[in-house]
Design a protein around this ligand. Structure first.
Ligand code: ARG
Length: 567
């Protein structure tokens, strides 16, 4: 696609002798300020002149092709550039024609390796709403990076290790036949866990048994390992139902247990660094200099910690995936944990290429309109049920609005799940998310269903027309009205938007953009009849519709949302 910003930058560089001037060029949100704008106060220091004067001087000297830049304006020290709409329409149409379903994709990733650690629920414990957010955000980032040409590895760092497994084994040994863990693994295992925990509190010798079991598990004892494997498989099978509904996949299910034999090396390396300290029988890394509490590496009883396993995972991932960037998606409650781990990772002797590119991507809480969504016992929201509830609510709405729709079940699934995903990705991730059924399923709000509804509209137009004319037969000069031009200009930025979303690890940048596209299309559609006698105008407007259709579909797919073809 023609890079207008770069064209302008090259001319500006010639006039100002500032080679790096492109970085100062902005895309104003107010379209009255042009399509691109140069805030000249940023040059004032270097050029030792007032911004207004700089702007005027540059304008005088600039020689821009009028077929590309139609107008240059000086306003309050800003130099505003207006691109010739025809140039934008041309390049958008050509690019869409050439790339179709790949429109917006890029090769900037250059096959560089990205590993994304996401979802990562804990075995034998409920998959809670925080894990859902991690799954949805991580799943979106996975798709976004891939679309930009990165080689992405998705890792589900399962919480499948720890002393609680010694307890579960003990409980199961005692009362296993009273519980139907095959049928309902998470619930039943949770019950066993609560029961054995209570017994441990009463009877120290039981606790000793549990510790013993965990030790045996670490040593590879057959009975204990088989039971652990069983708990893991059954839990995964239950988690898989959620993954299927969300259509999320992982390339690796190496959880914490995978590192059980890889932590010795971490301890050795840290010892070698001379920074590992004994503290009341435990081994810690002091992080006072970094204004953080110490990072616990080995507990008094010799067992390792969540942090040690993360350190072992960093070593392993650096060696196995040679990552250019390792991303971790968890709630903000783990900000300190990752800060500590990333700091300690610098002591492992790894190349800085790795330790400089460990990135925690935190997100906020999920709140009900009425307050915090509790995951405390007795009030656990089961995610599979939540997603099914979304589907059933969508189904009720469809039944009201369009009872004769074919394929109703699949559509309800796409609308329901799409609504939940979109709601999750609509705000900057660090903000707390409000979970409210009526808001997220509102077809007229800034929601998943609204996007899907607009997409379906574009579909039905394209279907009615039956054929999208080849661009060589389209006369773009008939696209003169503001609504058409605004829409196409926004479509032009699709690729940039995807890159921004990746750069900031913020899928919401795409969500907001899609809402904007949908609104611009709505205006375009209200102001322009599309299926009309005049073939010339019709063909051009149909092509605009086709571009919109593609952008909505590709964008939604990057977020993990499937579009219904009809609804
Ligand atoms: N299992 C953890 C939890 O549920 C999340 C793991 C995140 N990933 C990691 N490498 N620590 O809180």
């Amino acid at each position: 696609m023609v890079d207008f910003k770069n064209i302008i930058a090259q001319e500006l560089a010639k006039v100002t002798n500032i080679d790096t001037i492109e970085q100062y060029i902005e895309v104003p949100s107010n379209k009255e300020m042009g399509d691109y704008s140069l805030p000249c106060f940023k040059l004032a220091k270097e050029l030792k002149k007032a911004p207004q004067i700089i702007a005027n001087e540059i304008k005088e000297k600039l020689k821009l092709n009028e077929d590309i830049v139609e107008k240059v304006q000086v306003v309050n020290g800003y130099l505003n550039f207006f691109i010739n709409p025809k140039a934008i329409i041309n390049t958008v149409f050509e690019e869409v024609d050439a790339k179709k379903e790949q429109f917006g994709s890029s090769t900037i990733g250059n096959s560089k390796n990205i590993v994304i650690d996401y979802s990562s629920p804990n075995i034998a414990k409920p998959f809670h709403i925080g894990h859902l957010r991690s799954t949805v955000i991580g799943g979106a980032l996975y798709k976004i990076y891939k679309f930009l040409g990165y080689k992405v590895t998705g890792i589900n760092h399962l919480g499948d290790y720890g002393t609680q497994f010694g307890k579960l084994i003990e409980g199961y040994k005692r009362w296993g036949n009273e519980y139907n863990i095959e049928e309902n693994p998470i619930d039943e295992l949770t019950k066993i866990y609560v029961r054995i925990n209570n017994l441990c509190k009463e009877d120290e010798s039981v606790l000793e048994e549990c510790r013993n079991n965990f030790k045996k598990l670490e040593e590879g004892d057959k009975y204990c390992t088989e039971l652990w494997q069983k708990f893991r498989n059954l839990s995964l099978k239950e988690f898989q139902k959620v993954y299927d509904l969300l259509d999320v996949h992982f390339d690796s299910l190496n959880g914490e247990a995978f590192y059980s034999d890889k932590m010795g090396e971490v301890v050795n390396l840290l010892e070698k660094s001379g920074k590992l300290l004994e503290s009341e029988g435990a081994k810690v890394i002091n992080l006072e200099e970094k204004q953080m509490p110490p990072c616990l590496i080995e507990k008094t009883n010799g067992s390792t910690t969540y942090a040690t396993r993360d350190l072992a995972a960093i070593l392993y991932r650096a060696r196995t995936y040679d990552f250019d960037k390792a991303i971790y998606v968890t709630s903000y409650e783990q900000i300190l944990h990752f800060k500590q781990v990333f700091e300690v990772a610098k002591l492992l002797g790894l190349d800085e290429k790795y330790t400089d590119n460990l990135i925690h991507v935190p997100f906020g809480m999920v709140m009900l309109k009425t307050g915090k969504m509790s995951t405390r016992e007795g009030n656990i929201i089961k995610l599979e049920e939540l997603l099914n509830e979304a589907i059933s609510r969508a189904s009720t709405i469809i039944e009201e609005k369009n009872p004769d729709l074919e394929n109703k079940e699949e559509v309800a699934k796409r609308v329901g799940i799409g609504a939940v995903i979109f709601n999750d990705l609509y705000n900057s991730r660090i903000k707390d998310e409000i979970f409210d059924w009526d808001t997220m399923l509102n077809f007229n709000g800034e929601t998943g269903p609204y996007l899907q509804y607009m997409y379906v509209r574009t579909n039905s137009i394209l279907e009615k027309v039956g054929k999208v004319e080849d661009i060589s037969n389209i006369d773009i000069s008939v696209l003169e009205d503001e609504a058409s031009i605004n829409l196409i200009k926004e479509i032009y930025f699709f690729g940039d938007i995807i890159k921004q979303a990746a750069m900031k690890d913020e899928p919401y940048i795409i969500s907001r953009y899609l809402i904007n596209i949908a609104k611009l299309f709505s205006t375009f559609y209200n102001e322009n009849k599309i299926i009309i006698e005049d073939e010339k105008i019709k063909n051009a407007r149909v092509y605009v519709t086709y571009c919109t259709n593609l952008v909505l579909k590709i964008g939604a797919k990057l977020l993990g949302i499937k579009m219904p073809e009809k609804m």
